[in-house]
Design a protein around this ligand. Structure first.
Ligand SMILES: Cc1cc2nc3c(=O)[nH]c(=O)nc-3n(C[C@H](O)[C@H](O)[C@H](O)COP(=O)(O)OP(=O)(O)OC[C@H]3O[C@@H](n4cnc5c(N)ncnc54)[C@H](O)[C@@H]3O)c2cc1C
Length: 407
């Protein structure tokens, strides 16, 4: 049989393209060497958010005396936290497997390689396809000079399988993965060190977001070292270039992922493109390919989870010249933040010619809030039109109005 499409990789890019193309009546075969769902579902977005959620409950319980609860922590079994994470991943994967099956796309669980533009080899079999889609994703970056023994020097894959919480951890890199893991460990009471080679934490973010995260990390006693990196490791003693010495139980190396590239010229989707390495970008690229639904690449949101959430879209302050105007509303201005005991953060809007060109939020619910701003930006709603929206009270959304009314 000759398939219309052969897709290498069953992650967000591959399964989204596969499902929609099959639903359109195309014959589709997906090759997956591991598990459907890819990095996102099995080693990325979903397991980390499950662990983050558990760690937040743990921390909240310990702080519950603030609201008059007298709860004592009798025991804590980290293996159950990890088991819950596994169950979450399995549940989501089962739904995905069903969705793929119902779409009519076939799945071959095997490593695949491209023989030529119409032939894929998997195991001992050759598959004829009219079109190849390469969606093999990315893998954690391992730098030379650092011995990735997966016991003392861990990747973001390894850390999902630890049996015990460390006493002390050194996280290298403060991108989304580094920040989320710093929060997970810190919530669980682990002593966390973060080493970042750039001038600020979360260097891809708006400068004020980075500075706020630094302030929040200081308050939480997460120690970070900027403009710094590992100089040498002697057994479990790590010396940074600045001369700082740390003795972590292990190092989590969270500084970048390498895209896997196809051997021939073909359609490439998701992380393999080496562009924006986010699941929703991979999914949207696949939707565009399969269904022709377009997107504006400049309006892809970034979200970092934990308390408070961080989300942004569009231009950052450091990208803008004098023609842009900025408004910053501290979330303390919002009654809801006081109800939630979550007053650290802000909603920052960057405006040009009465249009929002950048939005940067550090706040509870930032992951939801950012979409209201994306819809406004995509539809070029002027700030006068936005002001006419009646935002419910008390919400974080009303912060958008409160910010705009200050102009
Ligand atoms: C710790 C962590 C947390 C993350 N959190 C978020 C988040 O909160 N939000 C977000 O948007 N993004 C997040 N990401 C990024 C997100 O996981 C990726 O952007 C997304 O998974 C990319 O999808 P993809 O389909 O391109 O590739 P992948 O998800 O990597 O899928 C590629 C698939 O191809 C398979 N494959 C590779 N080579 C072959 C081959 N030769 N034959 C057969 N199969 C093959 C792999 O096994 C894999 O299943 C996170 C990543 C990590 C590591």
């Amino acid at each position: 049989m000759k398939y219309d499409y052969g897709i290498i990789g069953g992650g967000p890019a591959g399964y989204t393209a596969g499902i929609y193309l099959a639903q359109k009546g195309k014959s589709v075969i997906i090759f997956e060497k591991d598990k459907l769902g890819g990095t996102c579902l099995n080693r990325g977005c979903i397991p980390t958010k499950s662990l983050l959620h558990s760690s937040e409950i743990y921390k909240e319980v310990l702080c519950s005396s603030n609201i008059g609860l007298d709860i004592s922590l009798n025991s804590f079994d980290f293996s159950k936290v990890m088991a819950k994470k596994e169950q979450t991943v399995e549940k989501v994967r089962k739904s995905l497997e069903l969705a793929v099956k119902n779409s009519g796309a076939a799945v071959v669980y095997s490593e695949a390689r491209i023989k030529d533009k119409n032939t894929i080899i998997a195991g001992d079999n050759e598959y004829s396809v009219s079109e190849i889609i390469y969606a093999a994703g990315s893998i954690p970056r391992e730098i030379t000079g650092l011995n990735f023994d997966h016991e003392f020097v861990l990747t973001s894959d390894d850390v999902l399988n630890i049996n015990n919480l460390p006493r002390t951890v050194l996280i290298v890199g403060s991108g989304a993965i580094g920040i989320e893991w710093a929060r997970i460990f810190s919530n669980f009471g682990v002593e966390v060190f973060v080493s970042e080679i750039a001038e600020h934490l979360l260097p891809i973010a708006d400068i004020e977001v980075s500075k706020r995260i630094e302030r929040i990390f200081k308050q939480r006693k997460i120690k970070y070292f900027l403009n710094d990196s590992i100089e040498k490791i002697d057994k479990k003693t790590v010396t940074l270039k600045s001369g700082t010495v740390v003795n972590p139980d292990f190092i989590l190396f969270a500084a970048g992922r390498i895209p896997l590239k196809p051997a021939i010229d073909c359609t490439v989707l998701g992380d393999s493109c080496g562009e924006i390495q986010l699941a929703h970008y991979a999914i949207h690229q696949a939707k565009k390919y399969a269904l022709g639904i377009d997107y504006d690449k400049s309006l892809i949101p970034s979200v970092i989870y934990g308390e408070p959430e961080i989300a942004w879209v569009g231009l950052r302050e450091q990208d803008c010249g004098e023609e842009c105007q900025k408004i910053l509303l501290p979330v303390t201005a919002l009654g809801k933040s006081w109800c939630d005991d979550s007053t650290d953060g802000f909603i920052k809007l960057i405006l040009k010619d009465k249009l929002i060109v950048g939005a940067h939020i550090v706040s509870k619910e930032a992951s939801a809030l950012i979409h209201e701003l994306i819809i406004a930006m995509q539809n070029k709603l002027s700030i006068d039109e936005l002001k006419q929206v009646c935002f419910a009270h008390p919400t974080y959304s009303e912060g958008i109005f409160e910010a705009l009314i200050r102009i």
